[in-house]
Write a new protein. Structure first.
Length: 272
């Protein structure tokens, strides 16, 4: 590779990063302008906490601890998974309004629009997670080790980045926001409810337990419970149960490796 080619490649990467950060900033500026986006996302998660802790918590026995400590890591994981739906709706909305066509006409890196969207979603979800953690402290959830709390928070953000790519891809595969909302319900609800978020996976029917055990939502939830010392009933001696953080990171790599290139290709091939 010649020096000129290397310089051109380096300049292209710098432009892509610069354009991606500009798009991320553009997306984040929408939050104070449309605060309902964050408000309803937070209210929805708080609603799940209140309903399951105070309505169902007394009826669900958790070995080794109380239901509040068991539930909160699952709520954080569920919030991050559902965040892919917000991304999908946002991308579908931009496409429907012609904003993506405007971006395509500008002298900017083609991949910056989708990369910038994923960057902004990580920051956006970090804010929502902080609010949810404060809510968890209010209802009685506790973590004694601040280092473990930071490690779990970082794992959640890494997973949020992966789910953002899934959301970008889904949002560009549908023609309207209404269709995006239906696709979200179909794809994301099974991932969150057929898991260990609300009940121990070993209480599910035997034929569902392997799916629930290896479900990325379950491995993320189990990893958080393990890090924070919260109740974490083990399903089996498989890698998903014994090393959930490692399996979660593998899931992150797989999701980004699949939906990252697919999203960039889909964006580049979109017809005006």
């Amino acid at each position: 590779m010649t020096a000129a080619t290397m310089a051109s490649t380096s300049g292209g990467v710098r432009q892509m990063l610069r354009d991606s950060l500009l798009i991320a900033w553009r997306n984040l500026k929408r939050v104070p302008r449309i605060p309902e986006l964050a408000i309803f996302a937070i209210v929805q998660s708080i609603m799940f906490v209140v309903l399951f802790v105070y309505v169902f918590g007394g009826a669900i026995a958790i070995p080794g601890g109380d239901y509040k400590s068991f539930l909160m890591p699952g709520i954080f994981a569920q919030t991050i998974v559902f965040a892919a739906g917000t991304v999908a709706v946002g991308m579908a909305d931009d496409g429907q309004k012609g904003i993506i066509d405007r971006f395509r006409s500008l002298p900017m890196a083609r991949s910056a629009v989708v990369i910038g969207r994923t960057f902004s979603e990580v920051v956006y979800n970090a804010g929502i997670l902080v609010v949810l953690m404060l809510t968890g402290l209010f209802v009685g959830w506790r973590v004694d080790d601040l280092g473990a709390l930071a490690a779990g928070f970082g794992l959640l953000l890494v997973f949020a980045y992966a789910m953002a790519w899934l959301g970008v891809f889904l949002g560009m595969m549908v023609p309207t926001v209404e269709v995006a909302q239906q696709v979200i319900f179909t794809v994301l609800f099974p991932i969150t409810f057929l898991s260990n978020v609300f009940v121990p996976a070993n209480t599910l029917p035997g034929w569902l337990q392997p799916f629930a055990e290896w479900n990325p939502t379950s491995t993320l939830t189990a990893a958080l419970r393990e890090l924070w010392g919260n109740p974490n009933p083990v399903v089996s001696d498989s890698l998903a149960s014994t090393e959930p953080a490692l399996v979660t990171l593998v899931w992150v790599v797989v999701i980004v490796a699949i939906f990252g290139p697919l999203s960039v290709r889909r964006y580049r091939n979109l017809s005006r």
